[in-house]
Design a protein around this ligand. Sequence first.
Ligand code: ASP
Length: 440
Amino acid sequence: MSITVAKFGGTSLCDAQQFRKVRDIILSDPSRRFIVASAPGKRFDADEKITDLLLKCHAAAVVGASFEAPFRQIRERFHEIIRALGIAFPLDQEMEALRQRLKRDPQADYAASRGEYLSARILASYLGFTFVDPEWCVCFDASGKLDLPMTRRTMSAALRPLENAVIAGFYGADMNGRIRTLSRGGSDVTGSLAAAAIQADLYENWTDVSGLLATDPRIVESAKTVQYVTYRELRTLSYMGASVLHTDAVMPVSDLDIPINIRNTNRPEAPGTIIVRRLPKGEKKDPIIGVAGRKGMSVIQVEKVMVSDESGFTAILLDMLKTRQLPFEQCLTGIDTVTLVIRSDLLAPCKAELFDEIRRVLSPDYLGLTENLSMIAVVGECGTESSDANAKVLAALARAGLPINTINQGAGKLNLLIGVPEEKYEEAIRAIYYTIDEEA
Ligand code: ASP
């Protein structure tokens, strides 16, 4: 029988009613044997996540202040869930252990991890599944970096003998037994690690949206859900700001070709988005699957006649960035120009000094800086391969009277990157989205 690892995020486990929905989803499909749980998240906009409340307790504890108020809120929320679900759970004992630990040895990662620990234990007890503490199978090295090969082996050994289990997300431990957390939203990564360890057929990631949207819904309200997206496309969209899954969650499963299905706990009937390496036979996907972007970019333009004949010119320029540990987003070279796209916040502290060095060492004919730009990525593994798709996107911008500062498409043709002034960003996204939506 096939095996599904299902991860439920914070909004899917924010109160007892959500726990009930989660149980229905799990029990409706016997392949859902390995479950990864987040800590209870926000129930409404102004609410606080359990993880944030735990971090508040820790912040107070390290300075020897009282953490009673957030501590009480945490206890209340778990108490309410346990009471409404009608399960027996030693909450008072667990909370007392946490209180003592916060007083004796307040460590941020330990404190933050207790949300997932309690949530997963409660869910395991509600489902009658085995609880698996990632303290024993998600392994970090002494510097706090996740040890992927070791985790794969240890987790596989922990999960294989089990019929079913609930694993707490977001944390593990290093070889000294010290609890370490992943970065925020890291339960997505735990789900992916579990799916890889057990060589699951599918990794379901249950959240509060019905999948990945083709663009930012704050800009295009009617943005539609993408049915299929490749790992590479998702990586680009996430980098450009679309957020549906933790970026580190892709690699463990993509290596093994395990598809990820983003699903909505509040609309379980919706098929969601499936993230794959290659499309299943017979399935078709939109050639351009989405458009995303980022503001806060700067463009440096270095011009020198015959620069293309001067060997090492670009290398010297890039070396100047390297010595300052300044990453660049894009490097475009022309006949007499080199153009660099750099994040403005990273450029700001060394701008004057860098420009001085470029003038001194490279003696350009012209050195220009354009600030307040945004970069838009039109993403699609096969869409941007045809010049037709590119032409349509650029024509849409021209029709809307929008200026274009830079255009970049590498040989990989995964995406077309377009630089437009920041104040035209939303307009440009809309113009491109409506064109690709017509196409689909
Ligand atoms: N509870 C953690 C957070 O709020 C991890 C997670 O939900 O994935 O970031």
